[in-house]
Design a protein around this ligand. Structure first.
Ligand code: BG6
Length: 609
């Protein structure tokens, strides 16, 4: 979704706002723009496309300040072009907006019928017109904002400045995230932490229906009725270094290589060694609750949904609890009643995905206990869930999820092993084996990363194939789905993931010698069945890249390329297989000269339904 940043302070705002937009660009990159004060005037500059085009346009131009706002867009209403770019300025007011105004049609009709000439196709511009009406009636920016908000329906977070109040910024949150960085004699208002951590670790998170005003750096918070409220200030642990590429070509590549550390950090604090066991610390739910849940409902989107699907296999096998997994945008509108003793688990890297957040609110209304598996502390989902387990993978900037995927699998397995111990649904021996499997992962992932060289060299030759089919059985099937998604997301090539046993019921028709088959076939209880499925595609000329355990000569013989992952317990294989499938998509995208970190049409987290 869009990225918003605003600055008030002693320094010239342009550089700080452009730097903030650069760090938020993973949220959307269809157009960018700024509105910055210069000698009492509010100057607006916008540009279609990526931020570098606006930077070129502003080269050599300086703005006095002290206040400025900026925006990077992921288009919803209106094409990605300059006239639909933000900020939208009407009269003396300029706004940047993240979200969707659902009653856009009726507001537009009213304004046009009163002779207002609209300059863009956006819903956002309408907000500026409504504010301008109030300001012309003499309202202050805060008062105008308080009067306009009740007229708007939908999800919208806005940041506003007014030419007559050069030292003021007003922001409002309803849905998409908004936070305030309290710096040294400066204030930064932004959509997410990335745009703030370079300036200050002291942050206040707005909740829905809340307003912040910054007037000459004095910051106040209000509810939507205009009553002043108190807010907690949080110290953020993420460092600026986390938001840099550290010598890698792309954030995605850096984040692939950060996985050993990300997995260690995710396990940290949840494992006891004497005896070896998982003890979930401060998850917010009690051990008695974990003992008594009768069902588990997992809810997520995109890559997080694939991690949740891996967890389904693990939960059912080690805890014996029936487990459902749903895509959030579908679950939200299903007509269903759930057993009150269902644990609802949302899985989200950003903690801001609107579909998943809406489902969390729905199951809470149903009276269910909820647990968030999330990578961003203090995000909306984290704040609203009853309990939480963090995937301590660190900031993930690449639009394609990599380290958060494997960290999510580990976090969900920690949860399942904790519940299995409490429910005695698994022998201590078995649990020890699973937990040893987790502990071995960081080192084993290091070994899998050695395949980087092979994929770098093979990439060019693989780009000529017409399509890619990823196969896996059981707990490996969701990783096949993830492999296909990764490839689609950044190479724009066609790919599908399938349960190996399902291929013969249709998609095998796609197989010929122009089709790459990525076969996930580690040694586990379904190995033999999987091998016979792989034989079926080999018989049709499919070009097989097989990923197997250790030195599997049988599999090597039937495949065009064989890549081994360390021998491991079945529950660890999904993490190990993820590395070669991530490297495959990364190197193919580089070979095809794609924009790896900001693939077309995508955004890091989508904060509208
Ligand atoms: C998409 C991202 O917008 O949202 C995916 O491009 C991600 O990478 C999906 O998996 C879900 O996001 P989250 O933050 O809820 O895990």
């Amino acid at each position: 979704m869009c990225g918003i940043v605003g600055y008030w302070g002693p320094e010239k705002p342009k550089a700080i706002i452009l730097d903030g937009l650069r760090r938020l660009e993973y949220r959307g990159y269809d157009s960018t723009g700024v509105a910055i004060f210069d000698h009492g005037q509010l100057k607006v500059e916008r540009s279609p496309g990526k931020l570098h085009r606006l930077e070129e346009k502003l080269r050599g131009i300086e703005f006095e300040g002290p206040t400025g706002i900026g925006h990077t867009r992921w288009a919803t209403h209106g094409e990605p072009n300059e006239k639909n770019a933000h900020p939208h300025k009407v009269g003396g007011v300029a706004i940047v907006h993240n979200g969707i105004i659902e009653n856009y049609g009726s507001i537009q009709k009213r304004l046009v019928s009163e002779g207002v000439e609209l300059k863009s196709e956006t819903d956002s511009e309408l907000i500026a017109h409504l504010l301008d009406e109030k300001l012309r009636e003499g309202a202050t920016l805060l008062k105008a904002t308080l009067e306009v908000i009740p007229k708007l329906e939908g999800a919208y977070s806005i940041l506003v400045v007014n030419e007559k109040e050069p030292d003021s910024m007003v922001a409002f949150k309803n849905g998409p995230p908004m936070l305030v960085g309290l710096g040294n004699k400066e204030v930064i208002i932004a959509s997410d932490i990335q745009a703030v951590i370079t300036r200050t670790p002291r942050v206040v998170y707005l909740d829905d229906g809340e307003i912040v005003t910054s007037i000459k750096g004095a910051v106040k918070f209000y509810n939507s009725k205009g009553d002043e409220i108190r807010k907690d200030v949080h110290e953020v642990k993420w460092s600026q270094a986390m938001a840099e590429k550290a010598g890698f070509d792309h954030f995605m590549q850096k984040e692939i290589f950060e996985q050993p550390q990300a997995l260690r950090q995710t396990m940290e604090g949840h494992l006891e060694h004497e005896p070896l066991r998982v003890v979930l610390k401060s998850s917010g739910l009690t051990d008695d609750e974990y003992r008594n849940f009768k069902r588990i409902q997992l809810i997520a989107c995109g890559t997080s949904w694939h991690a949740a699907m891996v967890a389904k296999y693990v939960f059912e096998r080690v805890t014996g609890i029936p487990t459902d997994v749903d895509i959030a945008s579908e679950f939200h509108y299903r007509h269903l009643t759930l057993d009150p003793q269902t644990l609802a688990v949302t899985v989200s890297q950003s903690g801001e995905t609107a579909d998943t957040l809406a489902c969390l609110r729905r199951v809470k209304k149903m009276g269910l206990r909820t647990l968030s598996v999330c990578n961003v502390p203090h995000s909306s989902i984290d704040r609203e869930a009853h309990g939480r387990i963090y995937t301590n993978a660190g900031a993930e900037i690449g639009v394609c999820s990599t380290k958060s995927f494997t960290a999510q699998i580990v976090a969900l397995e920690l949860l399942s092993f904790h519940m299995a111990r409490l429910r005695k649904s698994c022998s201590d021996e078995e649990l020890k084996n699973y937990i040893s499997g987790l502990l071995a992962l960081p080192g084993q992932v290091e070994i899998c990363l050695n395949h980087d060289k092979w994929f770098r060299e093979a990439a060019q030759s693989l780009t000529k194939f017409r399509g890619f089919l990823y196969l896996g059985r059981g707990v490996n099937f969701p990783v096949a789905l993830e492999g296909a998604l990764k490839l689609k997301e950044i190479t724009y090539l066609h790919a599908e993931g399938y349960p190996s046993g399902e291929l013969k019921h249709g998609p095998i028709a796609l197989v010929d010698n122009n089709m790459i088959i990525v076969a996930l076939a580690p040694k586990d209880e379904l190995y033999e069945k999987n091998i016979s499925n792989i034989q079926e595609v080999k018989a049709r000329g499919g070009q097989i890249i097989a990923i197997g355990s250790g030195d599997d000569q049988g599999l090597e013989k039937i495949s065009k390329h064989y890549l081994s992952i360390p021998e491991a317990v079945w529950s660890a294989n999904p993490v190990l297989e993820s590395i070669p499938i991530q490297l495959l998509s990364y190197h193919l995208a580089v070979a095809l000269n794609r924009d790896v970190d900001q693939p077309r049409n995508l955004a890091k987290s989508v904060t509208v339904e």
